[in-house]
Design a protein around this ligand. Sequence first.
Ligand SMILES: [Zn+2]
Ligand SMILES: [Zn+2]
Length: 298
Amino acid sequence: MKWVRYYQPNHQVGRMFRRAMVVTLIGNLLLAGIKIAAARLSGSSAIYSDAVNSISDVLYSILLIVGLWISQQPPDMSHPQGHSRFEPFTALIVTISMTIAGVEALRASIQRAMEGGAAIPLGISLLALVVSMLIKAVMYAIVHRISRQTASPGLDAVAKDNLSDVVTSLAALLGIVGSNFISPLLDPLAGVAVALWIFKAVYGTAKENLGYLTGAGADEDVRNRILDSVKDVPGLEDVHHIVTEYAGPKLVVEMHINVDGNKTLNEAHAICDQATERLEALPEVDRAYVHVEPLGYL
Ligand SMILES: [Zn+2]
Ligand SMILES: [Zn+2]
């Protein structure tokens, strides 16, 4: 008797995860350093908000390294289907650190706005923000590609965060330019905009990962591809019931199929195995259970 699922370690995925996490951790440490220095030198609320955002990015990079490492551990008696749920669980913890960053950015910006704001020196601020945007754009390109190749929601959240950080730095930059030429209040207002953008990212990440943990179903596009994948299995006459559920970042699929009732068990079992194989070949599917019934059964 075997009590733990069949498992083949995927070293390639492990390698890609490591590359993505090294890029993310080093990049975020570098950015936090640049922005903290620039915020102190310039006295800008907008850059301060952006710096707080980067510090929270460093925290989540570390959490995600731990989470991805645990999720890659082979299935064992404690978790016979594997540890993949640790990945969305970690992503959810990350949203807590993002929320704290958003609250701190909002608090500091509102306080500065009530003090009237200030015209922020341009040289050091603009240099720091443009360099930050370039670094984040490169990080986005690298992590986005790896998240596609590995179908990892954790890395997808990181990629989206990288892209949104380009936008927050751009908002800070516009606020600082505006504080010189339009009104000193534009700097703290840009800080508020950065904070709101952080909250928007929190909402999106929390919603998606809560779905992975609570058994959300597949969207319509994936449902259609599930049905299409078994359509031309020889001997499979009909499909009449499909239930999908996220168990971690990937789906469990239950499918009822109809075959000719006069086939032998060997023949019916072969059809069933082929359908299972096709389903499990889909990148979104972790495992599939196919129930075989004679024609006419529901
Ligand atoms: Zn079998
Ligand atoms: Zn049925």
